[in-house]
Structure formats: structure tokens, C-alpha cells
Ligand binder design. Structure first.
Ligand SMILES: NC(=O)c1ccc[n+]([C@@H]2O[C@H](COP(=O)([O-])OP(=O)(O)OC[C@H]3O[C@@H](n4cnc5c(N)ncnc54)[C@H](OP(=O)(O)O)[C@@H]3O)[C@@H](O)[C@H]2O)c1
Length: 333
């Protein structure tokens, strides 16, 4: 049983706690929130014994072994640093860090603490249908390219239009469509096709310089992969991966992977299995297994993929001229 501490009290934290508890391998012991009331509400709901409103005390005194960080993107870096200093394993929500400088800094800290594990919680890569796609791609007659889509209208865009700046639409909090939803399809592209040779992101920028929507083109030696991401519109298109006479169809988008079909002419074969109702169970199970079995090879593979995703996200957003406060802070150091 792993003792779990959490940062963040939004819906995604509840979903992760429920996934972790459903595996039977975690016990929620410790809750951090800026608000005692919110921390207590989560602790009461999931029988946690400790609450903190001071982040330094949370890490110094909390009786947990692994922390799940689900704060706004720009805060992940500093909170992961505190966690590593306090000798805690880290599960940090996607996108793990704002830029390659932060990622390199964390990698260096971890190299001095080889007993610790740090995972980016890219939930979909742990799900069975992700691996179904990976295998099916290898069996395609000849890869011709792909169009991967994840566009979902965010209720927080209503707030943005009303003149507020929710964290996910803020350059100060490392927000935007590419970081928030694009991270899933960037994971897809790198895990399924490898690192591209050339890339560009054509972003539809909001007045504060953050992307509400955009299209990225990834060029490989023999084909292109197009990524369509957005938070101010919704796409109902399935994603597709092309062979010569075969096409893989991924529904309902390239992150949720609810169905995977192989089309060949008029024939269609369903390759997917029905996903779990809670899509975070698979990752919670994998993180537990890797930590308790001390599976360094699997952790290194995850970390390598996470670093490649971080670099590609950075290259893409810089090609669209998107700058985060975290980039400027890094330059000042
Ligand atoms: N894997 C998935 O499917 C999935 C889905 C959604 C989100 N996410 C990821 O989860 C993370 C959190 O996303 P979210 O939409 O929940 O973010 P959010 O609502 O902006 O913030 C999450 C939590 O962080 C704390 N927080 C908010 N603003 C803060 C501030 N200015 N300073 C310090 N703490 C602050 C709040 O907790 P307290 O008020 O309790 O302190 C809040 O509950 C992001 O990295 C996101 O990409 C993942």
C-alpha cells in the first residue's frame, strides 16, 4: 500500500484519488490546499488523516510516500522540486513542466536521488487502447501519415470571454490549447511515430498571446502527422492513421481512444476494448507497480518519452511565438 498526498482540489484530483483507491494499492493520507475548508472536505470524503495549508509543512510533516500534483501547470516545477527535496515520489499532472529548462533542472535533481520516481500523469499512454494502436501501426501495410485531433470547448473559455483569465488560458500559468490538450496528441505522435524531423504550429492566438486553437504539422522522413487541438471549439472528427490500403480510425478523439477500428476497403475490424469508466486507473496501477517493483527500465522509458514531449511542446509553441512567464523567469536566472 502506498501512502498518497495530494496537491489541488479540483475535479481531476478527485478522479485520481478514486482511481488510486480503486486499484486497492493506495491510501490517501494527506491533503494540501490553500484553503483549510477545501482540504478538510477532501480529507473527510476519502478518509485522509492529515490536512495542510502550508506547502512547506505539507512536505516536511506529511506522512505520505508519493505526492500527486494537480495544480496549475506553472506551479508543477516548484512543487516537484519541494517533493524531491522532501524525498517523496512524484506523480505530476500533464504537462509536467513548462519548458526544457525546468525539465532539465528536475532531471538533475532526480539524478542525485536515484531511489525516487517521478512520473508525468499522461493517463492515456497507460490505457490498453493506446497499446492497441501502437501494435496496429506496426502491422499497417505502409505508414502514410496521420491526423490526430483533440478539440474540446472549455467552459472556462466562457469566463475568458467575460474578461477573466482562468489559469488554463493564462501565459502566467503556462496555459493554452497546445499545453492542455495538445500534450495528449504530442504523446501519441512521439510514442507511435518517433521524433519528427521538422515541426510548425499554426496557432489561433487569443489577445493575451495564448493559443485557443491550432494546427501543428510534424514532418517525418516519409509522411506528415497533423495535430488539431483546441479549447474554444469542439471537434467531432475521429482521428485517423493511414496505411496504403488500410486506415486506423480512433474515436472519439486521439486522447480518450474509446474505439479503435481498422478499415480495409469495405471491411472494418474493431480492435479496441471498452475503456474503464475512470481513465486514470491504468496509470495509477502502473505507477504503483513501477515503484513497488523498482522497475527502473519502465521508469526510464516513461521519463525519456516525457522529456521528448516537453521538448516538442516547447518547439511547437515557440514556432507560434507563444511565450510563458516561466520561460522569462528561466532566462533571468
Ligand atoms: N489528466 C487529466 O485528464 C487532466 C484533466 C484536467 C486537468 N489536468 C491537469 O491537472 C492540473 C490542474 O488542472 P485544473 O484544471 O484542475 O487546474 P486549476 O483548477 O486551475 O487548479 C487546480 C488546483 O490548484 C490550486 N490552485 C488554483 N489556482 C492556484 C493558484 N493561483 N496558486 C496556487 N494554487 C492554485 C487549487 O487548489 P486549492 O484551491 O485547493 O489550493 C485548484 O484546485 C493541470 O496540470 C492540468 O493540465 C489533467
Amino acid at each position: 500500500m502506498l501512502k498518497l498526498g495530494i496537491i489541488g482540489t479540483n475535479f481531476i484530483t478527485a478522479q485520481f484519488i478514486e482511481a488510486a483507491l480503486a486499484t486497492g494499492n493506495y491510501q490517501l493520507t494527506t491533503v494540501y490546499s490553500r484553503s483549510q475548508e477545501k482540504a478538510q472536505a477532501v480529507a473527510d470524503k476519502y478518509q485522509a488523516s492529515e490536512t495542510f495549508t502550508d506547502i512547506d509543512r505539507f512536505f516536511a510533516e506529511g506522512a505520505f510516500e508519493v505526492v500527486y500534483i494537480a495544480s496549475p501547470n506553472s506551479l508543477h516545477f516548484q512543487q516537484a522540486r519541494l517533493a524531491i527535496a522532501a524525498d517523496k515520489h512524484v506523480i505530476v499532472e500533464k504537462p509536467a513542466f513548462s519548458n526544457p529548462t525546468e525539465m532539465a533542472n528536475i532531471t538533475a535533481l532526480l539524478s542525485n536521488k536515484p531511489h525516487l520516481f517521478l512520473f508525468e500523469a499522461a493517463r492515456h499512454i497507460h490505457e490498453p487502447n493506446f497499446k492497441v494502436v501502437q501494435t496496429a501501426i506496426k502491422q499497417l501495410d505502409k505508414l502514410q501519415g496521420a491526423v490526430l485531433t483533440y478539440m474540446k470547448y472549455s467552459s472556462r473559455y466562457d469566463k475568458f470571454l467575460a474578461g477573466e483569465e482562468p489559469n488554463i488560458f493564462s501565459p502566467s500559468f503556462s496555459g493554452g490549447a497546445l499545453q492542455d490538450l495538445g500534450v495528449y496528441v504530442v504523446y501519441d505522435a512521439i510514442a507511435w511515430f518517433g521524433a519528427p524531423e521538422a515541426t510548425h504550429y499554426y496557432a489561433s492566438l487569443l489577445p493575451n498571446g495564448i493559443d485557443g486553437r491550432g494546427t501543428a504539422i510534424l514532418r517525418y522522413a516519409d509522411f506528415d502527422v497533423t495535430l488539431m487541438v483546441g479549447k474554444n471549439a469542439t471537434s467531432y472528427l475521429p482521428s485517423e492513421i493511414y496505411g496504403l490500403k488500410e486506415t486506423l480510425e480512433l474515436g472519439n478523439n486521439a486522447a480518450d481512444l474509446q474505439s479503435v477500428k481498422l478499415h480495409r476497403g469495405s471491411e472494418t475490424k474493431v480492435l479496441s476494448t471498452p475503456p474503464e469508466t475512470n481513465p486514470m486507473i491504468a496509470e495509477a496501477q502502473d505507477f504503483y507497480r513501477i515503484i513497488t517493483e523498482n522497475d527502473r527500465a519502465a521508469a526510464a522509458e516513461n521519463a525519456q518519452l516525457s522529456r521528448q514531449v516537453n521538448q516538442l511542446l516547447y518547439d511547437l509553441r515557440r514556432s507560434a511565438g507563444i511565450v510563458f512567464a516561466a520561460d522569462i523567469e528561466e532566462q533571468k536566472k
